[in-house]
Design a protein around this ligand. Structure first.
Ligand SMILES: NC(=O)c1ccc[n+]([C@@H]2O[C@H](COP(=O)([O-])OP(=O)(O)OC[C@H]3O[C@@H](n4cnc5c(N)ncnc54)[C@H](O)[C@@H]3O)[C@@H](O)[C@H]2O)c1
Length: 285
């Protein structure tokens, strides 16, 4: 249901790869709410992916850019302001990738060159985006910038690997830059910490299906979907949240405040069935 919450606003959405991408859902929702947008993704993703179809559907200019390249980001902001006819009101950073995860390197056997790439793509790109925008004075007063993060920045989650470090850095950049951009231009910067969501990036994580199931059983409201996330982004881009900045906002059905739920406990106890001796005692191994 559209409420015209973003009527007249101009935005840039980074990271829509296919119709499972969180950024894809956000792009559709913000346009439904009255915004005009540009889209950006890597040149390879633009060539190989389906983002062109989304751009056509939403009447949005698609600007290829590697988010680790300052020059590319300058082009995105320049071309976006040209295409949209003025400064930008909101930006979504929905970008993440770990070559260590892709190459199945474990956390105690990281390749450090690959770690640099993980951090550059998944965290430092956010700093670059903000620095470029600020130097170009590309974002309107009371503009809103969001990046997507995950709970593993705060608590160790099996299999999340060096992405946990990247997300911790992403959240720190949000606070550090949020202070400066807020103080000087009233631009607000926040991260949304989203439930595990079945997407291309998500499914790279080891044991991801089990993680999704566990989080769902633990969360009183169940996992937040990509569509739910898009709704939350609309609110955060709207004028209804003008004094929210430098926050990591959990959007996870309550998972982050839970210790153990009945539904998770019930499933957990079933796991012991196959580890009992003939007297019914649990064999811990
Ligand atoms: N899926 C989840 O479970 C989950 C949970 C919490 C947070 N997140 C975060 O949400 C964001 C979006 O991920 P998603 O799950 O929608 O997966 P996705 O694979 O659809 O999106 C990741 C995007 O990053 C882009 N990208 C990779 N390298 C890039 C580069 N150098 N420059 C520009 N773009 C680049 C990819 O092309 C892709 O569009 C990521 O930051 C991810 O960590 C995802």
């Amino acid at each position: 249901m559209a409420n015209n919450l973003l009527q007249g606003k101009k935005g840039i959405i980074f990271g829509a790869l296919n119709d499972m991408s969180i950024a894809w859902k956000v792009a559709e929702r913000v346009v439904e709410e009255g915004a005009t947008i540009t889209l950006s993704n890597t040149p390879l993703a633009v060539r190989m992916g389906t983002t062109n179809g989304l751009a056509e559907k939403l009447n949005a200019k698609l600007i290829p850019a590697d988010a680790t390249s300052v020059e590319d980001l300058e082009e995105v902001f320049k071309q976006s302001m040209d295409a949209l006819g003025g400064k930008i009101d909101f930006v979504l950073h929905s970008i993440g990738m770990s070559p260590n995860v892709r190459k199945k390197r474990t956390y105690d056997d990281l390749d450090y060159n690959l770690l640099n790439t993980t951090l550059d793509v998944s965290a430092i790109s956010f700093h670059k985006m903000l620095q470029v925008a600020k130097k170009m004075d590309a974002i309107n007063e009371w503009g809103s910038v969001l990046a997507l993060t995950y709970m593993a920045a705060q608590r160790t989650m099996f299999g999340y690997n060096d992405m946990a470090d990247a997300k911790a850095m992403l959240e720190s950049i949000t606070r550090s830059f949020g202070y400066i951009y807020g103080r000087e231009h009233n631009v607000r910067i926040n991260t949304i910490s989203q439930s595990p969501t079945l997407t291309t990036a998500g499914s790279g994580i080891k044991g991801f299906d089990n993680l999704v199931d566990f989080a769902d059983r633990m969360s009183p409201l169940g996992n937040a979907t990509a569509d739910d996330c898009a709704d939350y982004c609309v609110v955060m881009f709207s004028d209804l949240t003008r004094k929210v900045t430098m926050q990591n906002l959990f959007h996870d059905g309550g998972f982050s405040s839970m210790g153990m739920s009945f539904r998770a406990m019930e499933q957990y106890s079933k796991c012991f069935e196959s580890f009992k001796d003939e007297n019914g005692n649990v064999i811990y191994g």
